[in-house]
Design a binder for this molecule. Structure first.
Ligand code: WTA
Length: 658
């Protein structure tokens, strides 16, 4: 944790208030603040009654014996219950009459000569059949309940099929974002002890190819765990083939039955592991289980996106992130909605692509990231105004704080002033949305995620857990267990308690700073630990530092976040070279490319600064806080009393001014 987090200052002042449009409220699942407050109160005071009632929307092979078993910090939800996530997302929907409804509507990135994309509409029934065939194919390859299956795929419906097939037979998946590099794949494969990877020959991005299979091939040079690689043909480009190890997707499903019984899973059986950056050390495998996770995803889709049967819903996240898990696949399908999946980049062929998609398919609910909104703003509203966006009725954001200008632009230019905006705060660890407006009930203010969702006892506290008065910045914690909370860190059970439950004794600490205003609204002020949020994606400074240090010229590196117009936060790296190595512009470029290769493009530093030493405390800890100030404002005004060698700072500044 940063040394100065208790002194978090907030300078943001925002007074505009947007009440929910009355026509929206009239039809919404929750119609007023009174109704929200009553339900929230019950969810906190009598969680077992409340969530027991909510869970009746799910399909159970066997009902639970007890809703919650809480031995801090370990929660078990729906103890003794048996269910299957894929069954809930498919069969249970078909049983409710949605067999012929489109489950996934997919659009390709490439456009034909007349400017049209390829569009696939897969009904709930067809999706179940696809999932069953693939699940049977996995079983034939020897996949068993409890195995971990790595998925490294482009945004195509088969990615969802792969996830659901794992869920159907009780294997846990570990999805790796297609933008990550070979090194990231082999690290995650090793940590998850996964012996099967599902990938594709390639992916399509901004008109180019992403060499997914090649990245897997390279990753498998450094781990011997993986015995089988299933390859979906997407681009048709030639790939290297390892006989006996590699197998085409089409051969996996060939001759397989469209009937595969869903494994009755224990409510607390593992559904998936998803790697995310922590403040120290390597990425951690966040573990999510079955019943509570599914319930929170389904409930938030219903209440936050206010989904109804006729809606077309689009979350633009990649399945490689938690948002893609909860709000492209599991939540919307468990809520019986049609989920739109777009294969490619927001700026292909130009920045009007998202608006063309919304117009073409008449999207009603749209969920995206502030970083995308800022890029669209910069590209200009002419690109928006040539499209008819009148189908939209609700807008959402996630991933980072949304600055009020971007919020207002989203509201006016995209929503034409008539769509409520749900600014949703949550994390990989929380599994589902935690702090959010309910669109028919909560008056919104630009820049705040507003109030906690049902069952969420969020608070802003000091280090001892004492709640802070209005408008005082502090630590954002959750004081009670919630259904979709992480159950642990894969392969490292002790780290879970240490990482999340010790900074503020007895409470889940999110790593974020926040303040509550006089209406109790939460204003998220960003991370207080060593995690940088680039374009809504978390990167640990440690990971980038180790990537830099693994270059033979680099002796030491310190990485900090700095403000960035588009990405929210950019990455500044302070680098000390090995003796005898000379700084140069070329070396800067080389180091940036090196980090891209080690971790992925997302992690490439925006700035490299060479320095002959880094500011350290007497105990040898790098004082990132000072570097951050320097990267942000070019000056250091903060407390430097613990600095070991004052001249370091002066030299850094001098180098900065050169
Ligand atoms: C940040 C993404 C402000 C926050 C779902 C959190 C936000 C981290 C918001 C989690 C929001 C996410 N307002 N900040 N609406 N949503 N964050 O694990 O710092 O990739 O801790 O999960 O993103 O990022 P993660």
């Amino acid at each position: 944790m940063a040394e100065n987090e208790s002194a978090i200052q907030s300078s943001l002042q925002e007074h505009r208030i947007f009440p929910p449009p009355s026509a929206f409220s009239a039809k919404a699942h929750v119609k007023s603040m009174d109704e929200y407050k009553r339900m929230w109160r019950e969810s906190i005071d009598q969680p077992e009654e409340f969530f027991g009632r909510m869970a009746q929307d799910l399909h159970w092979f066997k009902k639970w014996d007890k809703v919650l078993d809480w031995k801090s910090p370990y929660a078990k939800w729906f103890v003794g219950g048996k269910l299957n996530v894929a069954y809930n997302c498919l069969d249970h929907q078909i049983d409710q009459g949605r067999g012929d409804k489109t489950a996934i509507l997919w659009e390709s990135e490439a456009l034909d000569a007349s400017g049209k994309p390829e569009v696939r509409k897969i009904t709930y029934r067809a999706l179940r059949d696809d999932v069953c065939r693939f699940a049977n194919g996995l079983k034939k390859l020897g996949v068993k309940k409890g195995d971990r299956i790595t998925i490294y795929m482009p945004m195509v419906p088969e990615a969802a099929v792969a996830m659901l097939a794992c869920a159907r037979i009780g294997a846990a998946h570990s999805v790796i974002f297609g933008g990550f590099s070979s090194q990231a794949i082999s690290d995650r494969v090793e940590d998850a002890k996964s012996n099967l990877i599902i990938t594709a020959d390639g992916g399509v991005r901004r008109g180019g190819d992403v060499p997914l299979k090649e990245n897997v091939d390279n990753a498998l040079q450094t781990t011997s765990l993986v015995k089988k690689v299933i390859v979906l043909k997407r681009t048709g480009k030639p790939v290297k083939w390892v006989e006996g190890r590699d197998i085409w997707w089409s051969d996996v499903i060939a001759g397989q039955s469209a009937d595969c019984p869903a494994e009755p899973m224990d409510a607390e059986d593992m559904l998936y592991v998803l790697y995310t950056s922590g403040s120290t050390g390597k990425p951690k495998g966040i573990l999510h289980t079955t019943a509570g996770y599914l319930l929170s995803c389904q409930m938030t889709c219903k209440y936050v996106f206010d989904l109804r049967d006729e809606d077309l819903y689009w979350c633009s996240a990649d399945i490689g992130w938690v948002t893609g898990h909860s709000y492209v696949v599991y939540g919307p399908l468990a809520a019986g909605t049609t989920t739109l999946m777009y294969e490619g980049a927001p700026n292909f062929p130009d920045f009007s692509r998202f608006w063309a998609i919304i117009e073409r398919h008449k999207v009603n609910v749209f969920y995206t990231a502030p970083t995308a909104i800022r890029a669209f703003m910069r590209a200009g509203r002419e690109l928006v105004d040539k499209h008819n966006l009148s189908s939209l009725r609700l807008l959402g954001t996630v991933g980072e704080p949304i600055n009020p200008e971007a919020w207002m632009w989203y509201h006016q230019v995209i929503g034409h002033g008539k769509c409520p905006i749900v600014d949703t705060w949550w994390q990989t660890e929380t599994g589902a949305i935690m702090i959010t407006p309910l669109p028919g009930a909560t008056p919104t203010k630009p820049g705040t995620a507003t109030l906690p969702f049902f069952g969420i006892d969020a608070a802003v506290v000091d280090r001892t857990g004492k709640e802070l008065p209005a408008n005082q910045g502090g630590l954002l914690v959750i004081r009670k267990p919630w259904p979709s909370m992480l159950r642990g860190i894969f392969n490292d059970p002790d780290r879970y308690a240490r990482q999340y439950w010790t900074d503020v004794p007895g409470m889940y600490f999110s790593g974020d700073g926040a303040r509550r205003d006089e209406d109790g609204y939460f204003w998220i002020m960003g991370r207080v630990d060593d995690v940088i949020n680039v374009s809504g994606h978390r990167l640990g400074t440690m990971e980038i530092e180790s990537a830099l240090v693994s270059h033979e010229y680099v002796a030491e590196a310190a990485v900090v976040g700095m403000p960035h117009d588009l990405k929210g936060q950019g990455i500044a790296a302070f680098v000390t070279l090995e003796a005898g190595r000379q700084p140069s512009e070329n070396l800067k470029k080389e180091l940036i490319a090196w980090v891209g290769k080690q971790i992925g493009s997302l992690a490439k530093p925006d700035q490299i600064r060479f320095t002959d030493s880094l500011p350290k405390t007497r105990s040898g800890k790098i004082m990132r806080r000072l570097l951050k100030e320097l990267a942000t404002s070019g000056e250091v005004k903060g407390d430097t009393t613990t600095l070991e060698d004052f001249s370091v700072l002066a030299r850094l500044k001098e180098q900065d001014e050169k």
